[in-house]
Every structure is written in structure tokens, then in C-alpha cells.
Design a protein around this ligand. Sequence first.
Ligand code: FAD
Ligand code: SF4
Length: 510
Amino acid sequence: MKTLRLLLGDQLNSQHTWFKEVNNQVVYALFEMRQETDYAKHHIQKVVGFFAAMRAFKEQLVQAGHQVVYYTISDQRNLQNLPANLLQCIKEFGIERFEYQLPDEYRLDEQLKAFTHSISIPFAVVDSEHFLSSRIEVKQLFEGKKQVLMETFYRQMRKRYQVLMDGDAPVGGKWNYDAENRNKWKGTPAAPTITVSKTDVSKLVEEIQQAGVTCIGEIRTDAFHWPITREQALQQVEVFVTKSLPFFGQFQDAMSSKEPFLFHSLLSFALNTKLISPLEVVQRAVEEWKAKPSTITLPQIEGFVRQIIGWREYMRGIYWWKMPEFAQLNYFNHQTKLPHYFWDANTKMNCVKEAVSASLQQAYAHHIQRLMVTGNFALLAGIHPDEVDAWYLGVYMDAIEWVEVTNTRGMSQYADGGIVGSKPYISSANYIDKMSDYCGGCTYDKKTKVGAKACPFNSLYWHFFERNRTLLQGNQRLGMMYNVWNKMPADERAAIVQQAEHYLARLEEL
Ligand code: FAD
Ligand code: SF4
């Protein structure tokens, strides 16, 4: 039966059962579409990364003998919309059956469900064979329970896949070494170069521009460093496990104006497009740890494993449990627009300037820059979560809604009222200074709360507690902070609130 099999841009899993044998009755379809380039204002590196990886994947399929229909963004046949392109192919190739892999985004899931209901030929949906847990697993584990904890899910995953386990007990006796992973980076050890790819993407960039796609951010066209093939991605895994893993956990939360990547893996794009699988990454890292236990200590490997088989899988489970409502949540009823410096990095706040510049230059910022600088500031400043989501969804190389919205609206903005995190992730300058070198080069004074040079984070931090008293005072994890605030002299509190309101009224000028 002549079959059309759809491959979305984030379904580049060459190890999928579909490709085990060549069948001349099967046509694979990949489309570069305005539908995908225009639903958010994306970073140019992100659009290039997806299209370059899709093109390389198509070549690989063709070389293996598969039949492929591929529409480039400028292809005359391209109707720039998924159902229309699919219908066109069904007619052109005399297709009698349609198959697709479970999409990871709600909007595509809905679109494909509607499409399959509109056609008269039989269809089938298959798993993408990438994740370690099913879409509904987090829901099944926690529905109706009082506590929804990543840690519970993480332990289940460790046991199931026997990762860092000694029978039923965690290797070393502890499940989690997070408390040991909070070091500032002071220049040593030197951060390694872990980007391995250097693809010339100049022609592709020209094509994207000529097609009229508008993007944000910068790109180096002669040496694009994100992996676009499975081979490049596996090479990056090798460089990461041998060079960065020994320091990964230790400096996981550190931030530096000199080294944007530090000891992070830069694997999120390759993982999210499914060029590589989470299990193979984790297994390779564990293998390296076993071979070099004196170089890679348990807290380093555990920290890395937790991100991939814990947080990444957990966020996906939360997404499929809570969508579509999740993407609308606004617990604090924040309404403010994102200030201009999220788009141009032109701000006196050095930490925000560093994190936004890195994002615009690299389409990347690591977790703590996203959470404790830009996310922290957006939350303290009361930015509407829709605005925050749109920015994160556009600017990062790895931003796909299932993992972006759960991290942004959930973990970082607490707009879900505590589904992902048990308290809002906020801080004053104190934390940012402890973990980075940003405050030294700042116009603002990290130590003061009030006055012309006072760091905005300091007064906004307390203002956040004050203005959200009704919503947060009952949260046990915040009790200590409310005690500190309540015990401050009334005139000091009033001055801090006034300072914060002064800043909030002049957000664009900070
Ligand atoms: P590493 O620090 O080397 O970590 C290894 C891997 O663990 C990552 O590649 C990633 O796959 C996984 N991981 C780590 N933390 C998380 C997490 N919280 N959730 C899911 N996976 C995690 N990640 C995305 O992939 N796409 C996004 O759009 C995205 N948006 C984010 C928005 C905000 C506000 C925050 C706070 C975090 C976001 N994250 C997102 C999670 C995390 O910041 C990135 O996965 C990570 O920075 C990617 O860089 P890396 O590959 O060098 O990660
Ligand atoms: Fe950021 Fe305040 Fe430090 Fe400046 S002083 S870098 S604004 S935390």
C-alpha cells in the first residue's frame, strides 16, 4: 500500500524502526514551512539549525535508498502549511495510507489529529522512539496526589533504567548531590572548547532571508557550530564527556562574562531534534564516569544524569498532563510588556546585559542565566508570561514548546501557581553576585536597596513579596523570607517599596 510518512523538523531520529528497511511503497515527507518559521520570532541560528539538520537528514535517507519528498522554504510547490502540503503529496504520489510519529508539540498534535479526520485514507500514529517515559506517565504518577515532585519521578526513572543504581539503592547511598553543586567559577579550571562542528551555512541563510522570513539574533555563517547530523552530535557528546563532565555538576550554577558555555554540554538542540537519544547520552556519560572515577566524581555524573532522565522527561510529562491550559496560566496576573533590552541588550544592569547578549549572539544561555537572571528579572518586574514565553520560544536554539513553556511559565515565572516548582525562583543581587562576576562591572550597586545606584533586583525582590502577600504568605518555603521582611523597620520597608515602584515605572530605562 503506497504510504506517506511525515517527518517533522524535530523528528530526525535515524535509529527509528521506520528506517530499518527500505520499502519502495513508502515516501517520506519533510517540509520547511512558514507555518513553522512564523509562529514565533525565532533566532536566525534556530531556523538555520532546523533546516540544515532536516536537509542533512534527507540526504542520509536518500543515500540509504529511501524515497523522499522534500520542500525547501523557497520551493515553488511549497504551500507553507502542513495540511496543505500533505494533501498535495497524497494526490501527487497516489498515497493510500498516511503515517506520522507522535508530535511533541500540542499545536502540531491537534493539527495532525484534525488532518487525519479530514482525509478518507487510513492512517496510523507511531511513537517517536526517543523519550524514556510515555506522555502520560507523570500524570499517572501524580494525579490526585498532594505533592508533585520531580525527585519522585527521577528516582523511578533511575530504577527503571538502572542508571547509577546498585540494585534498588542509589550508587553512593544518595539520590541527589545538588547541594554540592553550587560553586562559583573563578577562572580555573579553564573551560574547554566543546563545539565541534563548523558548517558553512551562508547559502542557507541567504535563502531564508530571500524567502522573507524575519529573524532575531546573530549568526556566524562560515562556521555554524551547532551539530546538524547524528555524527556531529555524537562527536559533541564525546568532547563533552571527556572534557567538561569532570566539572559539570560543580560549576552547573556558575555564570561568567568570559565563558558563556562553561562546562555545559550544548546538547539540547541535538537532543530536542532527536539526532541523539537521551539514553545513549546518559549511558555514554556513565561509562566515562565508570572508567575514570577519580576524574569524574559522583556529584558530577549524578548532576548530569538528573537533568536528562529527570528534568527533561519530567517537563515533557507535565506538558502533556497540563496542556492546553498550562500555556494560558498567569498566577500573579502580570500584565507588563517585556522591556526593549530583552531584544537589544541595551541596559545598565550588567547581568541582564550579559545574559541577553549571549542569547542574541549564541542562541544559547545556560540554565542559571535563563532562570536566575532573565527569568528572575521578568518575574520581579511583573512581565506578562505570554511576553516572556514568546521571547524564550524565539531566542533559544533548543526552544520547542513542550520544554520551553514548562520551564518558562512553570519553573521560571511560577505562572502555574506551583505545579512545576514549590516556590518562585527569585533572588536579589546577593545570589547573582555569589554565582557570577557580573556585579563587579555593573553601574548599579549590588549592596544597596535604595538610592540612585541601588541594584533594581534588591528592591524589586522585596516588592515582589509585599505585592504578592495574599498569594504567597501561606507557602511554608517562603515563611523565613516573610519573617525577615516583616521584621524590617517600617520606614525601611516603605523606602524599599518606593524604590521598587520608581523602577517599575521606569522599566524601559533601567
Ligand atoms: P546542560 O546544562 O549541559 O544539561 C544537559 C541536558 O539536560 C540539556 O541539554 C537538556 O536536554 C537537559 N536539561 C537540563 N535542564 C533541563 C530542564 N530544566 N528542562 C528540560 N531539560 C533540561 N531547555 C530546552 O531544551 N528548551 C527550551 O526551550 C528551554 N527553555 C528554558 C527556559 C527557561 C526559563 C529555563 C529556566 C530553562 C529552559 N530550558 C530549556 C532548560 C535548560 O536551560 C536547557 O535545556 C539547557 O540550558 C540547555 O543547555 P545544555 O544543553 O548546555 O544543557
Ligand atoms: Fe545585576 Fe544588580 Fe549585580 Fe548589576 S548589581 S549585575 S543589576 S545583580
